[in-house]
Ligand binder design. Structure first.
Ligand SMILES: [Zn+2]
Length: 224
């Protein structure tokens, strides 16, 4: 039986690495697949991982139709055994419905990878639909850590080094090295980056850079 699976985790959890590994494993068994992504860090139509692996993919725009694409390919004689769908949080709920239909009606395995919640801690619409429809949802066991050492469960967005909780849901940026100094702004350009945090430090807006600044500030004199 074909299945719709959703593997999720924070930004640093290694989802794209696993997407590429899953593709490799199935291809090595002689199965034919198609690779999809949306807004990857490396640019259009590429699945790239933090570890340096990358592969060509099909870019999923909001009007892309998975059902139409798959039926057309099969009608033209192509063989498709599975679909790998990276950055699935950016897909529309309608596209997730199409993927479920591909699984049920065409018996094609669909492996989705994506982030569950955005920088405001709200579910991405695509991820919400996947949680509703997937045969299996797994939280990845490669766990990212907050600067405090606790498990990082939330994605923070920073603009010029300052954490923000409002703005456009989709702004592409990479997870910066938390120990590196915040990048300087170029003219009016806002430097957007992401950092994974535990819930407590996300709630308090305490990124690694801010925690370091706070710890370096002189203590108030006890008798002042
Ligand atoms: Zn923390």
């Amino acid at each position: 039986m074909a299945e719709l699976t959703f593997r999720t985790g924070t930004m640093d959890a290694g989802k794209s690495t696993l997407a590429l590994q899953t593709n490799h494993n199935h291809a090595a068994r002689g199965r034919a697949g198609r690779l999809f992504t949306s807004h990857d860090r490396a640019g259009e139509a590429i699945v790239s991982s933090r570890l340096g692996l990358r592969a060509d993919a099909l870019e999923v725009s909001p009007d892309f139709d998975f059902w139409r694409f798959t039926v057309d390919a099969l009608t033209q004689g192509a063989r498709i055994d599975y679909l790998i769908c990276d950055e699935a949080q950016f897909y529309t709920p309608e596209q997730i419905d199409q993927l479920a239909k591909v699984v049920d009606e065409l018996q094609i395995d669909v492996f989705c990878f994506g982030i569950l919640t955005d920088f405001r801690t709200r579910l991405f619409p695509g991820s919400a639909r996947l949680v509703e429809l997937a045969d299996r949802t797994e939280v990845l066991q490669v766990e990212a850590l907050c600067w405090c050492g606790k498990r990082a469960t939330h994605n923070a967005r920073t603009e010029n080094g300052v954490m923000v909780t409002e703005g456009e849901v989709i702004v592409v940026g990479d997870v910066d090295d938390a120990d590196a100094p915040a990048p300087a702004a170029v003219d009016d350009e806002v430097e957007v980056a992401y950092e994974v945090l535990c819930r407590q430090h996300h709630r308090r807006g305490l990124t690694a850079a801010r925690a370091r600044a706070v710890s370096l500030s002189p203590d108030p004199l006890p008798f002042a």
